[in-house]
Ligand binder design. Structure first.
Ligand SMILES: NC(=O)c1ccc[n+]([C@@H]2O[C@H](COP(=O)([O-])OP(=O)(O)OC[C@H]3O[C@@H](n4cnc5c(N)ncnc54)[C@H](OP(=O)(O)O)[C@@H]3O)[C@@H](O)[C@H]2O)c1
Length: 239
């Protein structure tokens, strides 16, 4: 699980551990990966830290080798880490755009590329990519993020099509607005405006996303492949 150190990632890591998984807790920061691991194991669940930078291809390769050495396989890969660049398009220089695509899309491709042999070794590998409703409905001043998440949903389908026959399914979760660090800067009136666009009239709480990850990782989702499940309080469904 990348980006497991907070927000939605921490909730997903915790619910998967509660269901019996040994969660490999990734953060770019060794201290944070260790703290979260301690938090999960302190609750009597199984977790181990694995700090690496998801957009460093060689670091991802080393991470895959470490998992192979310790476990021989990987049952569930959750690619959750992402960054955001809320700026008008002309303030996102082409180099900035490339950099965000690198973090949010190319790094996820690299993660899948390196972990796929371990997921195949599982015999029931599951990939869960974390997208966003911004892939389907573009907010203004968010072009790089929206494009990265659109690419992620296309990658979900491509992985599903190519690896379904090899025992690995791939689905995505598209969260709507949740109260996490990534939305820290949205405050006051802007936050109220967003909440008003949600039929449930509020931001989601991080724990309200975790059940969907648990479902996609479970046997209950054994025939679900190539899908994006939207968890947004009805925001995309409403006018
Ligand atoms: N919150 C929302 O409303 C919302 C809505 C739609 C989609 N999403 C998606 O849900 C996922 C989790 O979001 P969140 O709200 O939980 O965000 P968050 O609290 O900001 O956590 C994201 C995690 O990603 C890692 N990260 C941040 N910047 C990174 C970078 N430049 N390179 C690599 N890793 C980076 C961080 O982990 P470390 O610093 O520990 O490495 C961080 O814990 C993301 O994919 C996000 O796009 C969130």
């Amino acid at each position: 699980m990348t980006g497991a150190s907070g927000g939605l990632g921490l909730e997903m890591a915790t619910i998967l551990a509660s269901a019996g998984a040994t969660v490999v807790v990734n953060s770019r920061h060794p201290g944070r990966a260790a703290d979260i691991t301690e938090q999960i194991t302190g609750a009597g669940l199984c977790a181990e830290p694995l700090a690496f930078e998801p957009s460093d291809d060689e670091a991802v390769e080393r991470a895959a080798a470490a998992i192979r050495e310790r476990h021989g396989r990987l049952d569930i890969l959750v690619a959750n880490a992402a960054a955001r660049m809320r700026r008008p398009l002309r303030d996102i220089a082409p180099g900035d755009f490339r950099s965000l695509i690198d973090t949010n899309l190319s790094a996820v491709y690299s993660l899948c590329w390196h972990m796929l042999p371990l997921l195949e070794a599982s015999g029931r590998g599951r990939i869960i990519l974390v997208s966003s409703i911004s892939a389907q409905r573009a907010p203004p001043s968010d072009a790089a993020y929206a494009a990265s998440k659109g690419g992620l949903e296309a990658l979900t389908r491509a992985l599903a099509a190519e690896y379904g026959g090899r025992g690995v399914s791939c689905n995505a979760i598209a969260p709507g607005p949740f109260l996490t660090e990534i939305n820290r800067k949205v405050a006051g009136e802007a936050a109220d405006t967003i909440a008003r666009q949600v039929p449930l009239r509020r931001f989601g709480q991080p724990h309200e996303l975790a059940g969907t990850a648990l479902y996609l990782a479970s046997d209950a989702a054994s025939f679900v492949n190539g899908q994006t499940i939207v968890v947004d309080g009805g925001m995309l469904a409403s006018m």
